[in-house]
Write a protein that binds this ligand. Sequence first.
Ligand SMILES: Nc1ncnc2c1ncn2[C@@H]1O[C@H](COP(=O)(O)OP(=O)(O)OP(=O)(O)O)[C@@H](O)[C@H]1O
Ligand SMILES: [Mg+2]
Length: 466
Amino acid sequence: MPDTKAILPAIATVAASAMLLRSIANDFIPDEFRNYFFSSLHNISRRFSSHLTIVIDEFQGLSLNEVFEAAEAYLGTLATPSLQRIKVSKVNKEKLGVALDRGEEICDVYEDHVQVMWKFVCTKVESSWATNPGDLNASLRSETRSYELTFHKKHKEKVLNSYLPYILDRSKAIKVERKVVKLCTIDQYECYGTQEVNLNHPMTFELLAMDMEIKKVLLDDLNNFKNGKEFYRRIGKAWKRGYLLYGPPGTGKSSLIAAIANHLNYDIYELELADVGSNSDLKRRLLAMPDQSMLVIEDIDCTINLQNRETENEAPSTGKNQVTLSGLLNLIDGLWSCCTDERIIIFTTNHKEKLDPALVRPGRMDMHINMSYCTLSAFKQLTFNYHGLSHHQLFEQIEGLIGEVKVTAAEVAGELMKSRDAQTSLQGLINFLLEKKNQQEIVRLKLTTSVQKKSIHKEEEEESKG
Ligand SMILES: Nc1ncnc2c1ncn2[C@@H]1O[C@H](COP(=O)(O)OP(=O)(O)OP(=O)(O)O)[C@@H](O)[C@H]1O
Ligand SMILES: [Mg+2]
């Protein structure tokens, strides 16, 4: 065995003189000898090098290499003054993403002693099918991109078994931070790419006006669900949770859905049951949904054939919509329970009383949330949102009226938006509530009169019979 320690300095000296030698060689040595000389030199230096380089290509065949993506995200978070050029792009509404530019090198130290060097390498390729037969990606691209990770050979195990997995984990967390919640429509052909838009709904639990108690219970429930992987596994239940939101129009059901999506960082998959042709079509669409997502079916009471299971058998004959309630429930309870994780299902309705008992029976949807008319605490939340106010002289009068009048959060919000001046908009709200109170009083009187009339009529009839 050669004494590597003794040879290494010599190799280093030779390598350092390589540039000089090459220029001399270019002038005086014939091509064949020159190539042989330099390739031998290169082989010697490789053989005795103490370093190992891992190459991480962007693509593996047609698919993106996860390790490349992870490295890209991770390296962007390392702030190193040695960098000369970086690339910056917008990753979401608030954040910019940073990445190495071609040829840039960056140092990293893992667990205080493992030193590694990263290099971003881009190589121009002839972009034609002829030069890259069999590699569609390469044939379509004008360059191949890879990261080179160089470190001392003695750290090989550490890098492969610990450092790279650490980077994969870190990149997952970075992805979550950067994730933009999306609103997707589940279409027949499972082509989500063309059907998704960023959910720019700014609604959050802090801004949502709803009963404080219910809000707290719901938030705790969502947090327990999110952190419940082990729990669900232990009790042998599928990791999914269903919520039924019910209440009059404008009470914040859709706003609550946006707040839940923003809180959990899950994409919303809206399903229009009226567009689904059959139970098997439904199955295909539901199976195409990724984990960590929310299935939302709004106004479930209005969806044809779902109102009453007894009419299911008649449904196909109408030829309109052949999705049945039992089909939907079977899929969610059966199929979803064995091959999916972290799913939220939300149904909304304005008329809970119209729903099929199968849908509202205990245990079917885990929580029933009543989004009712605006309460005092909801009003306070709205005035804080719209005017930054916690107190105002007009509050007392409004609080009294809110207790008497059935008004939705949407109506209150509408009044509060009419003026930037708090006094003006609160006075406008009072007028609105007084007007509404009068109308509701008239309706109530009319109802009472008609009930009274009916009972008088009934009494008269009974008298005449008697
Ligand atoms: N609870 C609330 N908190 C804050 N804003 C609300 C609330 N409810 C309603 N709003 C305001 O009213 C608008 C309409 O509310 P939203 O669409 O959430 O009601 P909805 O209950 O889904 O009604 P529908 O039954 O007609 O679908 C919202 O965009 C929001 O501006
Ligand atoms: Mg709605």
